[in-house]
Write a protein that binds this ligand. Structure first.
Ligand code: ZN
Length: 411
């Protein structure tokens, strides 16, 4: 796999580098030539946070010659629970400045390029152009779509990772070889439908695991070895210690990477993360569909609805008892066609604000998706919209297949 086409004349390694990279040099798939490829390589890390920390530390230690870091934030005390690039003394400093100092200590042979800017539709192509591989460790959809679209336009691989609470996801989006992010999710979710990392929380070690996997994918791409996660979406459930893999196909109607793209430039979406809570976004509806702002509710209601999640065994029992409830499926239509629970109303998550009128706030709503993260977002959003008895089905339709109805296919 030589598609990356690193510089034809590889730089040489001096005596200090040969000593430093000894454990790489003895691996046949890396060797001195692979190490020289790493030295010639240019990798851009978007986001110097939870995912960006292990990415930067491992790629610098591995000897990737040029590492770009894009982040406009400053280090906050609440970052230190997971962002191992920084220490207590860095609080208040510009992240990229603190990162440069740390990475210089990790490996002085590596050139680190700080970009203390917000990635926008105006600067993205310029910033990404000079790098061979881009690793996206950003925490918001606006940046995620920008990175994907710019990578498609520039023909570069996008090594993407995301984390929330106990769940992580990873894929290599590379339009020349397989699906891009928009093949999977053509449009971002509506503002307010997704809680930010700050609201949802994340187990500190989780970005360490997913970011290290991203670093491994970057190194494989640079070395041209192994099978990169192209056309594969890997999910990691830390609570169950379970990895799953979903095949993702290139979409013939993808707005950016299909033969007839409908989108030829970059789009600045409004910031969807890091600007306060989901509740603060709840009244925002770009379509003007009359989503009303209400209080969070949730304080006074009865029965099993005080938790945000319900178990599949409970749902099974309530259905058998003929309880009045609305079952809502927030997956994509293609997933619904693979497997669905009888009686569920399909409203893909991005359409929820526009179609929330199809639900009755006076009745309980059980939301499900594939494994639970999307339905959890939907349930939180519905509560903020005045559906006090909205809850997410823990484990999603997959748990339903395993524990209740084996006739429902798993995917
Ligand atoms: Zn695509």
């Amino acid at each position: 796999m030589t598609a990356l086409d690193l510089v034809a004349e590889l730089p040489s390694l001096d005596a200090a580098e040969l000593r430093r990279y000894g454990r790489h040099l003895v691996i046949p798939e890396v060797g001195p030539e692979g190490q020289r490829k790493l030295k010639a390589a240019r990798v851009l890390l978007v986001g110097a946070g939870g995912l960006g920390s292990p990415l930067a530390l491992y790629l610098a230690a591995a000897g990737v010659g040029r590492l770009g870091l894009v982040d406009f934030d400053r280090v906050e005390a609440s970052n230190l629970q997971r962002q191992l690039l920084f220490g207590d003394g860095d609080v208040g400093r510009e992240k990229v400045t603190a990162a440069v100092a740390r990475l210089r200590d990790v490996n002085p042979h590596v050139h680190v390029e700080p970009h203390a800017v917000r990635l926008t539709a105006t600067n993205a192509l310029e910033l990404l152009r000079d790098y061979d591989v881009v690793a996206d460790g950003s925490d918001n959809f606006a940046t995620r779509y920008l990175v994907n679209d710019a990578c498609v336009l520039l023909g570069k691989p996008d090594v993407w990772g995301a984390v929330q609470r106990f769940e992580g996801q990873l894929a290599v989006f590379w339009a020349a070889r397989g699906a891009c992010y928009r093949c999977l999710f053509p449009e971002p979710p509506p503002p307010g439908a997704v809680p930010s990392c700050a609201e949802a929380g994340v187990l500190g070690v989780l970005p360490g695991i997913v970011g290290a996997l991203q670093a491994s994918e970057v190194l494989k791409l640079l070395l041209g070895i192994g099978e990169p996660a192209v056309g594969r979406l890997l999910t990691f459930d830390a609570l169950r210690l379970r990895f799953r893999e979903l095949a993702i196909k290139k979409s013939p109607s993808c707005p950016v990477c299909s033969p007839q793209p409908t989108q030829r430039g970059l789009i600045d979406y409004p910031e969807l993360c890091g600007e306060g809570g989901a509740v603060a976004h709840a009244s925002v509806d770009a379509e003007g569909n009359g989503v009303s702002e209400t209080s969070t509710g949730g304080a006074s209601f009865d029965g099993p609805w005080d938790g945000l999640e319900v178990e599949v065994a409970d749902l099974k029992r309530w259905r058998e008892e003929g309880r009045d409830l609305q079952l809502l499926d927030v997956r994509q239509p293609v997933e619904h066609s693979i497997a669905h629970i009888e009686g569920a109303l399909l409203v893909p998550l991005p359409q929820l604000p526009a179609r929330v009128g199809e639900l009755d706030p006076a009745r309980p709503v059980v939301v499900h998706c594939h494994h639970g993260p999307r339905s959890l977002r939907a349930a939180e959003w519905l509560r903020a919209q005045g559906f006090p008895r909205a809850a997410s089905l823990a484990g999603g339709i997959d748990a339903w297949s395993v524990e209740v109805d084996p006739e429902v296919p798993r995917y």
